[in-house]
Structure formats: C-alpha cells, structure tokens
Design a protein around this ligand. Sequence first.
Ligand code: IMP
Ligand code: MG
Length: 191
Amino acid sequence: MDLEFAMTEEKPSLPDDLRRVLIDEETIANRVSELADEINAAYKDIKDPLILVGVLKGSFIFMADLSRRLTIPHIVDFIAISSYGAKGDKRGEVRLLMDTRENLAGHHVLIVEDILDSGHTLAYLTKAFKARGTESVETAVFLDKPERHAVPVDIRFRGFEIPDVWVVGYGLDYKERHRTLPFIAEMIPEN
Ligand code: IMP
Ligand code: MG
C-alpha cells in the first residue's frame, strides 16, 4: 500500500442509508474491555472453563473482541437460531437451527448476544440451557433497546443502552448489509 496516499486520503463518508454514527470504534473498544474485566472478576473462582455461547450471526465480532480480552479460562462456542420475533412479529417464536458443539450440562454458560430487542431470543435460550442442567446461565449483551422489551430478561453484562432505532455495524446487519462496519450506526428507515 502507498503510505503517503493512505495518510492523505480523506475519511470515507457514511453510506447513504445510514443517518449517523451512534457509537464509535474507540468507545466500543473501551466498553468491551470494561465488560471483559467484569466477566473476569465474576468468574474468577470457577473450576472449569466458562463456556461462551455466541448467537450467530450478529454476535461474531463482539465475541471475537470480548473473548480475546478474557483472562479466565474459557471455551468459545456458537449457536444459530431463527427468530420470528425480531421485526415486530408478536409471536416471538424462536427455533434452534444449529446447536453448540459443547455439552453444556454442569458448566457455567455465558450467552453472548449482539442486541436485546423484544427479549424473546434470550428468554428462550436461557430457559433452554437451564433445562440442560447447566451450573449457571448468564447473558452478555452488547446493545440493549429497553423500550422494546416484551418479555423480562436478566442481563448480567450490558454494553450500551440505545434508543428504539435500527442499528448496524459491529456484527449487526440490515438484510446482510453493513455487518462489518467497525462502528454502530443508525439506519435511515426504508419506506
Ligand atoms: P429479540 O429476540 O427480539 O430480542 O431479537 C434480538 C435479535 O433481533 C437480535 O439478535 C438481532 O439479530 C435482531 N435485531 C434487533 N434489533 C436489531 C437492530 O437494531 N439491528 C440489527 N439487528 C437487530
Ligand atoms: Mg442476533
């Protein structure tokens, strides 16, 4: 890469369908470090590795950053679900598409999720994992939209509270767009 060119190049402007940056890269990095500190402290005395279960796809970047800042022994795992409750549908049906590789029974489990909206996804997963005889089940949620909660969910570790707007970046998408932006941005709603 031509370094001189890179240094003089102007910062790319925000894509047309995005309104504004809500949370910038540096703020995200600082908060994820704080969350990792909280998790390290909370689980410092456990005997077996903590099992982190990321909810695909949205959590993959948060999972990568968070897990690399953990100093406690931990195992990274993922699940995939399909949620019919994500965009206004009140049924809140959640279906497991891909299960964990690890057997969760007897282990401390931390569900790693990109965003809490209605709460149906986390309510379902918490209940399902507890039914497997886990030692404990807690949640780490990068973003929380408190105005949207439809069912009660206990969030043990929370990154940021945001207003009721559709956000993208840092793993979150809109129809698979903008998932790998390094910041969180607000979408301009499509009509
Ligand atoms: P819940 O079951 O309603 O809490 O749905 C949570 C899921 O909806 C998240 O894991 C996301 O996949 C999706 N979601 C909710 N709000 C947003 C958003 O603003 N941007 C991107 N995905 C979202
Ligand atoms: Mg998700």
